[in-house]
Design a protein around this ligand. Structure first.
Ligand SMILES: [Zn+2]
Length: 425
């Protein structure tokens, strides 16, 4: 990709209306564009980051034996009436088709997945299993705020597991909890905590939220030195006393990026999803469900790690691994070399963006801070005189003090590959 062809509003966009630091950076860098209040178009930059996050999620869901599926955005109202949630979920957007059919835009997919699993599940031998999807949801929220933090339409990973026994559910729930820890760590998020939460609209007994501790968060969390962590729903806010040890807990703000629920048989019973148990009886499977806000995870990374210049991605989430910047010289050597390096990296399958524009160095560097490729390669007359290319790193989860500050003009390919490897740890 050449930076002049990148389909984003000119980098360093207008940030009027942005309410948080991360939101400001997302707009300034052209990652998102507001199509309507609470609905965003992801630019090629934003979509590259989101796709990277999706792939991290996919690999961890597959590692705990998840099976990816895709359910529709729209469903008939009938399955929502069946579960009893048609009139109780306030964010459910309803509409009528021309033939008079009642439809909903699914804000979550318990009803849809149970309807699907009814067509599949026959006997206990098929369980346990988990299906998941990465897909668009719509919630008719009364208010939207802070860019991708609270939107009406959003991309979510939602997973649903099916079990014979409560203990089997609990075992799987813990596997999923650890998978979530790995996902957020691989995304480069530093201050994520897993807190107990209430089950709210979802029903069921036990639930946890994954929260990024951040002042921009809209949730209030309470953390105790004894290890107990909860959101405000589960304690008496007057005393702020730990229900476990009695000590006064620490109050912090959080951005919810994931949640997991032990649902029990709420949906399988109300929608009559059954299987044949070993004793021949028809039983309702016990369910768990597991969500991650994908766009919100990108927003959370920006809130946590962006500096005044732009976002800081890690090698796993960055829209490009390498940016090559050519600074024009009188001899006409630098720009063709930058072009050659760009083509070589592309041929090697490395995600690379080239800035050979006729622009001032300062402008190029400012834009590079917004694209935030972890490795920035500068081809300038000054360094070329020493047969070298200047290297800058933009990461915060790897110590780069021992890494080279220049690559050789003859060895850049292997130098870049080894730098990518070091930054990928
Ligand atoms: Zn405590």
């Amino acid at each position: 990709m050449r930076i002049e062809n990148l389909c984003v509003k000119r980098l360093i966009g207008d940030v009027a209306g942005a309410t948080t630091h991360g939101h400001k950076i997302a707009i300034k860098g052209g990652y998102i564009y507001q199509t309507f209040q609470g609905g965003y178009t992801l630019s090629p930059l934003g979509w590259r980051v989101v796709r990277n996050i999706e792939n991290i999620i996919r690999s961890e869901m597959d590692a705990i034996d998840g099976q990816e599926i895709l359910m529709p955005v729209v469903s008939g109202a009938d399955i929502w009436r069946e579960s009893g949630r048609y009139d109780t979920v306030d964010v459910l957007a309803k509409f009528k088709g021309r033939s008079g059919t009642d439809y909903v835009l699914n804000p979550t997919h318990e009803e849809v997945v149970v309807d699907f699993v009814k067509s599949v599940l026959e006997t206990y031998r098929q369980m346990p299993f988990m299906v998941y999807q990465i897909q668009t949801k719509f919630r008719d929220e009364l208010r939207a705020r802070a860019g991708l933090i609270r939107t009406r339409e959003f991309i979510m990973k939602d997973a649903y597991s099916f079990h014979e026994t409560q203990s089997d559910l609990e075992q799987y729930y813990n596997r999923c909890l650890h998978a979530y820890e790995r996902i957020f760590a691989r995304c480069g998020l530093q201050n994520v905590v897993c807190v107990m939460s209430s089950t709210g609209d979802m029903g069921g007994s036990v639930a946890h939220e994954f929260q990024l501790i951040n002042d921009m968060g809209e949730d209030t969390l309470f953390l105790c030195d004894c290890g107990f962590k909860t959101n405000k729903e589960l304690i008496d806010e007057e005393t702020e006393a730990c229900p476990k040890c009695g000590a006064k807990m620490r109050r912090v703000r959080g951005i919810e990026i994931g949640n997991i629920f032990q649902l029990g048989t709420k949906y399988s019973a109300s929608m009559n999803l059954t299987y044949t148990a070993p004793d021949g009886e028809q039983k309702n499977p016990i369910m768990g469900c597991y969500g991650i806000g994908v766009g919100r995870t990108m927003a959370a990374i920006m809130e946590e790690s962006a500096d005044d210049k732009g976002p800081i991605w890690n090698m796993a989430t960055a829209p490009f691994a390498v940016e090559v910047i050519g600074l024009a010289d009188k001899e006409g050597k630098t720009l063709p070399l930058a072009e050659k390096i760009y083509n070589d990296l592309r041929a090697a399958g490395i995600e690379v963006i080239l800035d050979n524009r006729d622009a001032r160095a300062g402008e190029k560097f400012a834009d590079a801070d917004l694209v935030a490729a972890p490795i920035r390669l500068i081809v300038s007359a000054k360094n070329l005189a020493n047969n070298a290319l200047e290297v800058k790193y933009r990461v915060n989860d790897v110590d780069t003090t021992e890494m080279p500050t220049a690559f050789g003009v003859d060895t850049y390919m292997s130098d870049i590959q080894s730098a990518i490897q070091k930054l990928s740890k």
